[in-house]
Write a protein that binds this ligand. Structure first.
Ligand SMILES: Nc1ncnc2c1ncn2[C@@H]1O[C@H](COP(=O)(O)OP(=O)(O)OP(=O)(O)O)[C@@H](O)[C@H]1O
Ligand SMILES: [Mg+2]
Length: 589
């Protein structure tokens, strides 16, 4: 169906293949459309019988019967129209649901780097408006095409029974009419598109000139810019003139070809009537058929011209669905059920974007069971290190070893289920507190949930809420305080019981009691497992087995609290400027 040169047959086939799982809907609506076309063309054919055998033959009983049949056709048509609109609507909804589900599942597989590159607004547009357009194409547009085709076919068949030669003539004129309308409509759409694109260039030329007016004047670019602007407006004028001209011409051209067809019928039909090859009723029915076929043809023209946009939507959605996650599992990756917890960075190079290395030749070993605290200035690379351990990103060179095995040899599922990540700002999902705690262990029993909440020192806080465990947390937990969210997220991680804990500690100030609760919850969580904590709280740091200072992607200091204080470097500075205050305030409390 190459009407405007860039329709893609492959995309259309792929869209149609989406409807196959819903073949019942498809069958239902095709059937209803076919029946509609039959009843509609039959009603038109009745014109012939009404005139010939009713009016001219003065047979009033026959006329009464015909009017009943006519009424029957109308009722049947209404029922079938209801049917196909219902089926097409259902099909559209199902398709949209399928596609959104597919996209949702696929997006969850894509790597972090994809989301770094892609704006959520762009993704939302793909998931909402593009899927809607594809569903419309595969339901309503398909419906229009089938309806028009059936209508034209049945009309031609009836016309053939009235007069074969005249029907054959229509067989030439109708495709001509269809072809020219479609061609015409796509020209018009193309011109309007051109107008829109020139218009947006004019807008940006405007805003650049207004915003940069001083530079324009300083560099005496006024003349040049005025010329560029003048060319653009001239282009715009010509394109909109063409668009207006063409769209004004559309209906007259369609009418003209239609009246050509009518002229042929009048001329040849009149002659045939005289020769006895056609009745007056047949003649009238023929004219009715031609006017009746104009609508499906118009519909086809509209559908084909709108199709391009839907295909563009489909191409974007399919490209997204075909996108491979950059981080995938090796075919022989091990689905390890547990880790002892030794972590080792060996000569790791890493960058988010090319030419901006964050880590180069980075080495670090965390023995199993150790709690490592990472401190350092903002932008130093702490979160980056934490993200690498859970393999949110792959290193450029070198690798991370878990239990002395390259972490790329494990499945992502193994890594994600055995490494617990507690984020700087804990994310809760809308739902109840219980659902949120159970998030990482959907099969957990009630007692286990409560036990985890108790270990996280969250249980009393939860019971103090009006709804207890049933309390709704709101979207992203907005109905709770930051401290409450942290306690719930700790309980969630304790319940999931990972072998390695990565924690990006929050800096937010929390009341002393909650702070103590969180501290106790954390100790409970970190006990007997390897943990890497990006630490902001003195208490966490002091409890850590080892502390490293990360500056500019490098370990600049390393040791325990006392050793680092003695070195008098960044850590000492951090301690004296920040922690001392915290220390004395917690002593007072
Ligand atoms: N998604 C990203 N895409 C590109 N660059 C990033 C991305 N995330 C971080 N960076 C860059 O990597 C460097 C290290 O950032 P990182 O988030 O690891 O710092 P941090 O030590 O955790 O800082 P903070 O204490 O503020 O959390 C920074 O220069 C930052 O600009
Ligand atoms: Mg960070």
């Amino acid at each position: 169906m190459n009407f405007s040169g860039d329709f893609s047959g492959r995309t259309i086939r792929r869209i149609l293949s989406l409807t196959l799982p819903h073949w019942k809907m498809l069958l239902g609506f095709s059937l209803c459309i076919a029946l509609t076309a039959i009843t509609e063309s039959t009603a038109t054919y009745l014109t012939k019988l009404i005139i010939d055998r009713g009016i001219l033959a003065k047979d009033y009983i026959y006329l009464r019967n015909l009017s009943l049949i006519h009424l029957g056709c109308f009722v049947a048509t209404s029922v079938f129209i209801f049917g196909f609109i219902y089926f097409a609507g259902r099909l559209g909804q199902l398709l949209q649901f399928d596609m959104r589900e597919k996209l949702f599942n696929h997006l969850q597989e894509l790597s972090f780097s994809f989301f770094d590159r892609t704006s959520s607004g762009w993704l939302l547009a793909r998931v909402t408006s593009d899927t809607r357009r594809i569903a419309e194409l595969a339901s309503w547009m398909l419906l229009d095409i089938i309806w028009a085709t059936f209508n034209i076919i049945f009309s031609l068949i009836y016309m053939g029974t009235i007069n074969v030669k005249l029907a054959l003539m229509m067989l030439i004129i109708v495709p001509l009419l269809a072809w020219s309308s479609i061609k015409f409509k796509s020209y018009i759409i193309k011109e309007f598109r051109k107008v829109r694109s020139i218009n947006s260039r004019i807008t940006s030329a405007y805003s650049e000139n207004i915003n940069g007016v001083k530079v324009v004047k300083a560099l005496t670019r006024e003349g040049t810019n005025a010329r560029i602007f003048g060319n653009l407006t001239e282009e715009m004028y010509e394109a909109s003139f063409r668009a207006a001209w063409l769209s004004g011409l559309f209906m007259p051209v369609v009418q003209f070809i239609t009246s050509l067809a009518l002229g042929v019928i009048i001329l040849y039909g009149g002659w045939e009537i005289n020769l006895g090859g056609m009745t007056i009723g047949g003649f009238r029915a023929f004219i009715a058929f031609v006017s009746f076929m104009i609508w499906p043809i118009q519909d086809l023209a509209r559908v084909f011209s709108e199709m391009q946009q839907a295909i563009a939507s489909a191409e974007r959605v399919f490209a997204l669905l075909d996108m491979d996650p950059e981080i995938g599992d090796d075919p022989d990756a091990s689905d390890r059920a547990s880790f002892k917890g030794k972590i080792e960075f060996r000569e790791v190079d890493f960058s988010y974007v090319v030419d901006n290395p964050i880590l180069t030749g980075f080495n670090l070993t965390v023995p199993a069971g150790q709690t490592l605290a990472i401190v350092g200035p903002t932008g130093g690379g702490k979160t980056t290190l934490a993200s690498l351990i859970s393999r949110y990103y792959d290193p450029g060179r070198g690798t991370v070893y878990l239990d002395d095995v390259d972490f790329r040899r494990y499945t992502q599922k193994a890594l994600q289920s055995r490494i617990g990540v507690v984020l700087q700002t804990p994310h809760l999902f809308s739902g109840t507190i219980r659902e949120n705690i159970r998030y990482g262990a959907p099969d957990a029993a009630e007692e286990e949930i409560i036990a985890a909440a108790k270990r996280a020192h969250a249980h009393d806080m939860i019971l103090n809420l009006p709804g207890g465990y049933e309390e709704q947390v709101g979207e992203d937990g907005t109905l709770l305080s930051v401290g409450q969210k942290q306690l719930i997220s700790l309980a969630r991680t304790i319940l999931a019981n990972p072998d390695i804990i990565i924690m990006d500690e929050a800096t937010s100030s929390i009341d002393t009691l909650t702070e103590q609760n969180i501290q106790q919850g954390m100790e409970e969580l970190l006990k007997d497992r390897t943990s890497v904590v990006i630490a902001h709280r003195l208490s966490t740091i002091r409890n850590a087995d080892r502390i490293i200072v990360i500056e500019d992607g490098k370990i600049t200091e390393e040791g325990n609290h006392r050793e680092l204080l003695r070195q008098g470097g960044h850590y000492h500075h951090l301690y004296t400027s920040q922690f001392r205050r915290e220390h004395s305030s917690s002593m007072l409390a």
